[in-house]
Ligand binder design. Structure first.
Ligand code: HEM
Ligand code: NAG
Ligand code: NAG
Ligand code: NAG
Ligand code: NAG
Ligand code: NAG
Length: 549
C-alpha cells in the first residue's frame, strides 16, 4: 500500500519545514499575527470572545458557548469533503444559506459563528482561514493541545454536496461518511471523542434543534436545555473516555433516551471500545491524537487549494512598520514584538539601521506592552520605534533613507545572522495628502505618494479593502497616474498624486509594482494626523523624534 507511506512522507516534510518565515511577507506576517497575537498589546479581537471559555455572545442563553459553536462549525464545514472527487472541505461554504439551512446543519450555532468569524477577516485572512483559526484558538485556549495552523484556504462561493453525519443515521453510514472525509474507523472514533472533550462541559446537545435527543430540562441555569457531553469543566482531559468506559457518562449521544440517536454509543463501541479504552488509559495519547486530528480536520480542503507551511512565531517581529514623507524627513514608526520573553529579560531594546549612503543610525525603543498566547503558554513583549513613546516615530534623512534594520535586545544583536530586516523606502505615503475635507466636503481629496527618484515603478496604486457579494475580503486597486513632469518633494523623492474623491481613504493602503515585485504598505495607524484638505494639520516639527498618535 503506497498511500500510508505517502501520507507519512507528507507529514514528515511538513514538520521539517516548520520554521519561521522571513519578514517582511505581508500575508504570512498577517497570518502569524492573527494566530499568535491572541491577548494583550496589538492582539486581535477574536480570542476575546472565548475568554472565559464559556462566554456566549448571543442573547442570555446559559449553557452554550462561542467556543463550542466555532469547533462544531469548523467540523461541519469540513465534513462535506470527498476524497473521491476532491470537492468540499474547510472552505467556509457553510456560511452560505444554501448549505447552512440544510437539516444536517440544525441549530443557530453556525450563523452565530460567522457573525464573529467574518468580522475578523482582512485582505490576508479570508473567511475559511478565520474559521479554521477560530477552532484552533478555541481548543488551545480552553485547555486543549496546541494545533498546527496553516493559511491559504479559499472561500467557497457555492454550497458543497451534503454529507455531514447526523445522529439518527446508522453506523454504516457514519463509517462511510468519515471514509469520504478521509478518516479510518479508528480516526472516526478519535475525532468524535476529541470533538466532545474539547468542549468540557460547555458543549452539548440542545433541546430546541434536537427535541428527540434532549428533553426540556427546566433548569434556570441552563435555559437552552443543553445536555452536556461530559462532567469536567476547566481542563481539557480524557474524561469523555474515562466516563464512557466506567459507564458513568452523561453524553446525550451515548445514553440518550432515544436509542436511534445514540450515535456516539455506536461509534465509540465500533471497535469493542479499544480506542476509547486507550484514551481512558492515557491522557497524553488522547491529547496528541486530538492535536493531530484537529490539524488534519482544518487542513482538509478542496483539491487544488495550496496551504501555507505551518505558521510558526517569529522570535523577533517588526509590525506596523509605516513610513511617511514629511518635507526632508522620513518618519518611521512601528513596533517590534519579542516572542516568549518578558520585560526583565528583554532589558534595553533598540535598533540600528543601515541607510542607502553607507551610514548607520540607532535609537532605543519605548516599552509598549505585554501580550500572551495559547492559554498563557507564551508571553511576549512589545516595543515602539521611539525612545519616548511606543506610538512615536524616528525621523530619518530622506536622501539617506533606510535599507534594513537590526535589533539590539539586552546587548545582543538580533539581525537574523547578518541578513537584517529589509525595509522598503522606494515609495511611501506623503503627508501632503489630504484625506478629508473640513469645508463641508468641498475640497477634492488627494492621495500623495512619495516615490524615490532612483526607482522606476511600473505601477503605483491605492488599495481599498472591499467585501464582495459573497462577503469575501478583496482589494480594489485604483491606479495613481505617473506625473507628466516630476514634482520634487526633496532631493531624493518626487510626488505621484491621485484625485481620490471617489475612494474611501479611511483604510487605504498603497501598492506598487517595482521590478516585477508587488509591494504594499501597512494600514496607517496615525489616524489623528491624517491631513485635512485645508492644510490645517502638518504634524509636529522635524527632524528628530516626535509623537504620532
Ligand atoms: C457522527 C458524527 C457526529 C454526530 C452525529 C454529531 C452530532 C452532534 C449533535 C446532535 C450535536 C448537538 C448540536 C446542538 O444541540 O446544537 C453536536 C454538537 C457538537 N458537535 Fe458533533 N457530531 C458528530 C461529530 C462531531 C465531530 C467530529 C466534531 C468535532 C471534531 C463535533 C463537534 C461538536 C461540537 C463542538 C458540538 C457542541 C456544539 C455546542 O455545544 O454549541 N461533532 N454534535
Ligand atoms: C427517536 O428518534 C428518531 C429519529 O429522530 C425519531 O424518528 C423517533 O420518533 C424518536 N423516538 C422517540 C421515542 O422520540
Ligand atoms: C463499551 O463501553 C460501553 C460503555 O461503557 C459498554 O456499555 C459496552 O458494553 C462496552 N462494550 C464492550 C464490547 O466492552
Ligand atoms: C548610535 O548613534 C550615536 C550618534 O547618534 C553614535 O554616537 C553611536 O556610536 C551609535 N551607536 C551604535 C551602536 O552604533
Ligand atoms: C476630482 O474628482 C472629482 C470627482 O471624482 C471631480 O469632481 C474633481 O473635479 C476632481 N478634481 C480634480 C482637481 O481633478
Ligand atoms: C514642511 O515644509 C513646509 C514648507 O516649508 C512647512 O510649512 C511645514 O511646517 C513643514 N512641515 C513640517 C512637519 O516640518
Amino acid at each position: 500500500m503506497p498511500l500510508p507511506l505517502l501520507v507519512a512522507l507528507a507529514t514528515y516534510t511538513s514538520h521539517a519545514r516548520a520554521s519561521p518565515h522571513i519578514w517582511p511577507s505581508p500575508k504570512l506576517d498577517a497570518l502569524e499575527s492573527a494566530r499568535f497575537d491572541q491577548f494583550g498589546f496589538n492582539a486581535g479581537i477574536m480570542p476575546g470572545f472565548i475568554q472565559p471559555c464559556d462566554s456566549f455572545l448571543f442573547a442570555d442563553d446559559t449553557g452554550r458557548s462561542n467556543a463550542a459553536d466555532w469547533i462544531r462549525t469548523a467540523y461541519h464545514d469540513m465534513a462535506t469533503h470527498s476524497t473521491t472527487d476532491g470537492t468540499g472541505g474547510l472552505d467556509a461554504s457553510i456560511r452560505l444559506d444554501a448549505e447552512m439551512d440544510r437539516p444536517e446543519n440544525a441549530g443557530d450555532g453556525f450563523r452565530n459563528t460567522f457573525i464573529i468569524v467574518s468580522g475578523v477577516t482582512n485582505r490576508y485572512l479570508g473567511i475559511a482561514d478565520a474559521l479554521a483559526l477560530a477552532a484552533v484558538v478555541a481548543i488551545e485556549n480552553c485547555g486543549g493541545p496546541e494545533i498546527a495552523y496553516r493559511g491559504g484556504r479559499i472561500d467557497a462561493i457555492e454550497a458543497n454536496t451534503p454529507g455531514v453525519p447526523e445522529p439518527q443515521q446508522d453506523l454504516r453510514s457514519h463509517i462511510a461518511s468519515f471514509a469520504r472525509q478521509g478518516c479510518t474507523q479508528t480516526e472516526m472514533i478519535s475525532l468524535v471523542a476529541c470533538g466532545r472533550v474539547s468542549l468540557h462541559s460547555f458543549g452539548g446537545v440542545q433541546h430546541d434543534p434536537f427535541p428527540n435527543i434532549v428533553d426540556e430540562l427546566n433548569d434556570p441555569e441552563n435555559t437552552d436545555d443543553i445536555a452536556h457531553f461530559d462532567t469536567t469543566f476547566v481542563h481539557f482531559d480524557n474524561n469523555v473516555a474515562t466516563e464512557y468506559i466506567s459507564g458513568t457518562t452523561q453524553n446525550p449521544l451515548v445514553v440518550g433516551f432515544n436509542d436511534t440517536t445514540n450515535s456516539d454509543k455506536r461509534i465509540f463501541g465500533n471497535d469493542g471500545n479499544a480506542t476509547m479504552r486507550s484514551f481512558a488509559d492515557s491522557p497524553s495519547l488522547f491529547t496528541s491524537t486530538c492535536a493531530e486530528l484537529f490539524a488534519r480536520m482544518i487542513d482538509t480542503v478542496p483539491s487544488g487549494v495550496q496551504l501555507t507551511d505551518v505558521i510558526t512565531p517569529l522570535p523577533v517581529k517588526p509590525d506596523n512598520v509605516e513610513l511617511t514623507m514629511v518635507n526632508d524627513t522620513i518618519r518611521l514608526s512601528g513596533q517590534v514584538r519579542l516572542w516568549n520573553t518578558d520585560q526583565a529579560s528583554a532589558g534595553t531594546v533598540g535598533v540600528l539601521w543601515d541607510d542607502h549612503l553607507g551610514g548607520q543610525g540607532n535609537t532605543t525603543f519605548a516599552f509598549a506592552g505585554t501580550a500572551s498566547s495559547i492559554g498563557g503558554k507564551y508571553n511576549s513583549v512589545w516595543y515602539g520605534f521611539n525612545a519616548i513613546t511606543p506610538f512615536g516615530f524616528i525621523g530619518l534623512d530622506a536622501a539617506a533613507g533606510i535599507e534594513r534594520f537590526r535589533f539590539v535586545v539586552n546587548g545582543k544583536l538580533e539581525d537574523r545572522e547578518g541578513v537584517g530586516f529589509e525595509v522598503q523606502d522606494a515609495y511611501m505615503f506623503s503627508l501632503t495628502s489630504c484625506l478629508y475635507s473640513l469645508n463641508g466636503g468641498e475640497d477634492p481629496l488627494r492621495l500623495d505618494v512619495a516615490v524615490r527618484n532612483d526607482v522606476n515603478p511600473t505601477r503605483i496604486y491605492a488599495e481599498s479593502l472591499v467585501f464582495d457579494g459573497f462577503g469575501r475580503p478583496t482589494i480594489a486597486e485604483t491606479d495613481i497616474p505617473r506625473p507628466d513632469q516630476p514634482v520634487a518633494i526633496n532631493a531624493a523623492y518626487s510626488l505621484w498624486s491621485l484625485n481620490a474623491s471617489a475612494i474611501d481613504l479611511g483604510d487605504v493602503t498603497i501598492g506598487a509594482e517595482i521590478d516585477g515585485k508587488r509591494y504594499s504598505t501597512v494600514q496607517r495607524r496615525s489616524v489623528l494626523l491624517f491631513p485635512s484638505c485645508d492644510g490645517g494639520i502638518s504634524g509636529p516639527t522635524q527632524p528628530g523624534q516626535g509623537l504620532e498618535l
